[in-house]
Design a protein around this ligand. Structure first.
Ligand code: NDP
Ligand code: HSE
Length: 447
């Protein structure tokens, strides 16, 4: 009886949380954990309290109520506190933070992180250490902000063979593209607003050059296909080369340009690519605007499924962080061997499927080129395309702009091998009658 009571008392002991980072996501998380404490305790079966938090500058005004939390500038004060059960890593970056997370694991703490660069670059090592110590590392907030996409793929779709997934997985980039298209605003102004709203990464080139989306795609692909995390294999293009002209031509042809992360299993291996993409405007995902994210996942049993929600911001991201905390609290009573695996598949069953180099990708293309307005030019271009086995879906020759002699030619192709397209583009650019570089954007029907 005494043992039973002691066990009961242990079972009811509050879970203590230490938070590293009190910026956008850290503050949002503190607010959600405090505001919803009663509801969360009912769901988790235990009270959850934040006892310590670290930030770089303690004189800074915080967007959360830190009453009752011991603040420090040294993350080790949190990580080494023997009372703390779960460490929330909400600082960001893949440098010093990696050591913080490994130390927390070595100290037997469970870790929740929103840090996609950390997981994409060092997740294999971190998960191995976590498994050795029998602790959980949870990272729902690392992909698509508040959308529970990791849980959906890892648990909800675990009976499926995932065939492909495609998503708008960077909120800042989608916010910029939407504002530019709908309001004609300029790139730098919208990026500054995304930074002020707390959406952008500490280094915003990660958002606009596609690196952040590539981190997220690395994670999604591992969970979808059961492969180790391999960030260096992702083909990555950002949104900085998208022009107003291409947005308008795409719309005239019935398409929207979105920045997508695409992971697709083919008979040869897996394509992992992040780039601007033309999508038919009738697709739901083509109409996902602002900071919203959406991920389409195609499973062999379920068919296509779509997940939509806020991709960045304080409380949407906190929603995912807190859900991970609750999952850990619930799992604390279960056998460590039987917890949901970090990358969805058992660590010793990850597959060695080749990740394809970009010249092996299969996709359709939008091409825009400038050519002299004289007979035979179009015939030369179509001859080159035919020589590379590329079928043209649509072609438009525009009127030359005032005072210009060159005319824009816009082409949509059918699906072709990227290697053939690269060769065709090189041959067309070499024509005397073609001026400048061809603007190429990949195109997906996502059917
Ligand atoms: P912020 O820059 O807003 O916050 C970072 C926090 O970490 C700040 O409180 C900062 O302290 C603190 N910090 C920085 N360096 C150190 C250090 N060496 N030691 C201790 N504390 C430190 O970042 P976000 O909240 O935007 O992002 C945090 C993580 O969440 C990142 O991994 C990001 O990619 C991810 N994420 C962000 C989303 C968003 O919408 N912002 C959405 C999803 C994920 P101080 O405040 O004193 O400067
Ligand atoms: N900078 C990221 C974005 C934050 O804009 O999507 C969410 O991961």
């Amino acid at each position: 009886m005494a043992a039973f009571l002691a066990e009961l008392e242990f079972a009811l002991k509050p879970i203590k949380i230490g938070v590293l980072g009190l910026g956008t996501v850290g503050s949002g998380t503190v607010n959600v954990l405090k505001r919803n404490a009663a509801e969360i305790a009912r769901r988790a079966g235990r009270e959850i309290i934040i006892t310590r938090a670290s930030a770089k500058d303690l004189t800074k005004q915080r967007l959360c109520d830190t009453q009752g939390i011991v603040l420090t500038t040294d993350p080790l004060d949190v990580i080494n506190d023997p009372e703390i059960d779960i460490v929330l890593e909400l600082i960001g970056g893949a440098g010093v933070v990696k050591d913080m997370v490994l130390t927390a694991i070595a100290n037997g703490k469970h870790v929740v992180t929103a840090n996609k660069s950390l997981i994409a670059l060092h997740g294999n090592e971190i998960f191995a250490k976590a498994s050795e110590k029998g602790v959980i590392v949870a990272f729902e907030a690392a992909v698509a902000g508040g959308i529970p996409i990791i849980k959906a793929i890892r648990e909800g779709l675990s009976g499926n063979q995932i065939q492909w997934l495609a998503g708008i997985i960077n909120g800042t980039g989608n916010f910029i593209l939407t504002e530019m298209r709908d309001k004609g605003r300029n790139f730098d102004d919208v990026l500054a607003e995304a930074q002020a709203l707390g959406y952008a990464e500490a280094d915003p080139t990660f958002d606009v050059e596609g690196i952040d989306a590539a981190h997220k795609l690395t994670i999604l692909a591992s969970i979808a296909f059961g492969i180790p995390l391999q960030f260096d294999k992702v083909y990555t293009e950002g949104i900085t080369q998208i022009t107003r002209t291409d947005v308008e031509y795409a719309e005239q042809l019935g398409y929207r340009i979105k920045h997508l992360g695409i992971a697709r299993q083919t008979s040869e291996g897996i394509e992992l690519r992040v780039h601007p993409t033309l999508i038919p405007e009738r697709r739901l995902i083509a109409n996902v605007n602002g900071v919203m994210n959406a991920v389409l996942v195609k499973g062999d049993a379920v068919g296509a499924t779509l997940y939509y929600g806020a991709g960045a911001g304080a409380e949407p991201t906190a929603s995912a962080v807190v859900a991970d905390v609750i999952d850990i609290v619930r799992a604390l009573t279960s056998d460590p061997e039987n917890r949901v695996p970090h990358l969805a598949f058992q660590a010793d069953s990850l597959a060695d499927i080749p990740l394809l180099s970009s010249d092996r990708f299969n996709t359709a293309y939008y091409l825009r080129l400038n050519a002299e307005d004289k007979p035979g030019v179009l015939a030369d271009v179509t001859r080159i395309m035919a020589a590379h086995n590329i079928s043209i879906e649509a072609i438009i020759q525009k009127e030359p702009s005032k005072g210009e002699t060159a005319v824009p030619i816009i082409m949509l192709t059918q699906i072709t091998l990227e290697q053939e397209m690269n060769a065709a583009i090189a041959d067309i650019e070499a024509l005397q009658t073609v001026t400048g570089k061809i603007n190429r954007i990949r195109m997906e029907t996502l059917g």
